[in-house]
Write a protein that binds this ligand. Structure first.
Ligand SMILES: [Zn+2]
Length: 285
């Protein structure tokens, strides 16, 4: 018997047995599952995966809502009152709560036809950054950036005068520091650490050449002249402050009277929570 005829005979015999029983052929038994393969191991101990700190639901990147708003996140750079990039700002990116992003987008839509864009300086701020500010404020010996940011104020007054707080509304994600820029936005040279500093209260032509409109002081200028309705601010600068305030007020934001650049969302989604996730892209993956 050849192999083929033997297979045919077996098949015929099987069909006959099945027909005699009056049942259909049972399914062939499944082969036993192979044992699970052991996990791949190496001789060295496994590398720990870095812990990614995700942004909570309700936070967004401003650029995902309105990419036309200019972002110059100062605390991610050395161009701020401490003179160093601030912990927690891993990337120069504006993160805010969703309703604040939508309010800024609505403001931008009003401003663009009038020839302006918003430019944000600070948005959500991790708690660790405020902790750094507090440590910096207590270190009265560090006066590196005094000439630009607090030329007329003793460093020991920064807390008492409300310019620095142990806990900031920025850490709740619903505060923003911002200004206006005329369109088309002029290019702006980078700040060079160690460059000679000019007072934030000096005339615009002498201050650091920010491409924003003249608000009569630079950003983060710890001086009475930074009060939104400071009596010494008149003419074009006063008009610019009022334009920023009028537009932002119309979309539901509220100004902090001691800083022309600071606005917050009165009905914020996290009124009692201070967050600490870092500002970086991984927080949104
Ligand atoms: Zn602020």
């Amino acid at each position: 018997m050849t192999r083929g005829s033997r297979r045919l005979a077996s098949a015929v015999a099987f069909v006959l047995v099945a027909a005699a029983c009056g049942t259909s052929a049972p399914p062939a038994p499944a082969p036993p599952a192979p044992p699970p393969s052991p996990p791949a191991t190496t001789a060295s101990s496994p590398t720990p995966t870095p812990q990614v700190e995700h942004a909570p639901a309700g936070f967004v990147r401003l650029r995902d809502v309105d990419p036309s708003i200019i972002e110059e996140v100062r605390y991610a750079t050395p161009h701020n009152f401490t003179g160093d990039p601030v912990p927690g700002y891993d990337e120069p990116m504006c993160v805010v709560t969703q309703p604040l992003a939508e309010a800024l987008h609505a403001a931008q839509q009003q401003l663009a036809p009038r020839g302006y864009t918003l430019k944000v300086y600070d948005c959500y701020r991790p708690r660790r950054a405020d902790e750094r500010f507090v440590a910096w404020a207590e270190d009265v010996g560090d006066q590196r950036m005094k000439a630009e940011f607090y030329p007329g104020l003793d460093k020991s007054r920064l807390f008492a005068d409300g310019y620095i707080a142990a806990r900031s509304g920025h850490s709740r994600g619903s505060s923003v520091d911002l200004t206006l820029v005329r369109l088309p936005a002029r290019p702006q040279r980078p700040y060079v650490p160690g460059e000679p500093l000019t007072s934030c209260t000096a005339p615009a032509a002498q201050r650091f050449p920010d491409n924003s409109v003249d608000m009569d002081t630079g950003y983060d200028c710890f001086d009475n002249l930074a009060h939104t309705d400071a009596p010494g601010v008149t003419g074009e600068a006063a008009a610019n402050r009022n334009l920023l305030r009028d537009v932002l007020t119309s979309v539901g934001l509220k100004n902090y009277a001691n800083e022309w650049w600071h606005y917050n969302l009165p009905h914020e989604p996290f009124p009692d929570q201070y967050f600490d996730f870092p500002v970086n892209s991984a927080a949104f993956r």
